[in-house]
Design a protein around this ligand. Structure first.
Ligand code: DHB
Ligand code: FE
Length: 279
């Protein structure tokens, strides 16, 4: 039986990757943001996971608005970091945790989810940036990945409760997987931001702080909120936070908040992370 060694929630803003590429991590604008991740990175190094399940959304790079799956799961051997228009980044390919992926897909269907199953697909900043924040810039990634895409781009996005339910299947799939792999679950996106319309530039620090403080214990509140309430409270793109619920649901009811960090603004977002361990 594979083992869940912890869950993290984190921002995935593309300018974080750009800041790393341009060597800006130690500048006054970025240093406070990156410094907050040092304990999380150390935690990851100490925990030595074999597989990272990364829950994120594509941003019009691998799926465009003409075809948007509500949920998609990767079963590929390798995932290439997609070029988002600024040229290829110096980020190594990600090796797929294929056997666990297929097992998860099978369990999803058994539990009445109908995911798009991807044998060949690239991954954008939604997956790249969280991996860089927690694993740094290695020659080769120390973990295999199981990517899960959630539509948070084009309405109707899935309900928070549906993300929660998927997390329960994820947990059972990991724990019924014959193997001794150590698995970390990474929910990505947020925190509050809106990139479009009359509220472009919207950040809600109060809601972000409450989210970071509440995701460990106050999860019932967040899974019972409507999608519209997410947009109102966190912004149209801040609704990406529903993806953290997949991670949170896969953990025990009681968890320990090991690390927490908040910084705003990073680009146009409230940004930060939590690291959770099962209590
Ligand atoms: C930004 C944030 C995101 O989550 C994203 O996916 C793209 C851009 C931003 O603030 O620039
Ligand atoms: Fe995003």
């Amino acid at each position: 039986m594979a083992k869940i060694i912890g869950g993290v929630g984190t921002s995935h803003v593309p300018s974080i990757g750009a800041a790393l590429d341009k060597g800006l991590a130690d500048t006054p604008d970025w240093k406070p943001f990156f410094d907050g991740y040092i304990p999380g990175k150390q935690w990851m190094a100490d925990m030595k996971p074999d597989i990272a399940v990364v829950i994120f959304n594509d941003h019009g790079n691998s799926f465009f608005l003409d075809r948007v799956p509500t949920f998609a799961v990767g079963v590929a051997e390798t995932y290439h970091p997609v070029d988002e228009g600024w040229g290829p980044r110096n980020v190594p390919d990600f090796k797929g945790a294929q056997d666990l992926s297929w097992h998860f897909v099978d369990q999803l269907v058994e539990r009445h989810f109908d995911p798009l199953v991807c044998r060949e697909i690239d991954v954008d900043h939604g997956l790249q940036v969280p991996m860089e924040l927690f694993f740094g810039h290695p020659e080769a990634w120390p973990v295999k990945v199981l990517p899960i895409w959630v539509n948070t781009i084009q309405f109707p996005i899935p309900t928070p409760q549906r993300c929660w339910d998927m997390g329960k299947v994820l947990r059972d799939a990991i724990e019924s997987f014959p193997g001794d792999e150590r698995v970390v679950i990474m929910g990505t996106g947020g925190l509050s931001h809106q990139l479009q319309g009359s509220r472009a530039g919207f950040i809600n620090r109060t809601a972000d702080e409450a989210w970071l403080n509440g995701i460990a214990d106050n999860y019932d509140h967040y899974r019972n909120m409507t999608r519209e309430e997410y947009v109102e409270e966190f912004g149209s793109e801040g609704a990406e936070l529903i993806m953290w619920l997949v991670m949170r649901a896969a953990m025990n009811d009681k968890v320990t908040l090991k690390h927490r960090h908040y910084h705003a603004p990073a680009s146009m977002t409230g940004a930060g992370m939590v690291v959770l361990e099962n209590a």
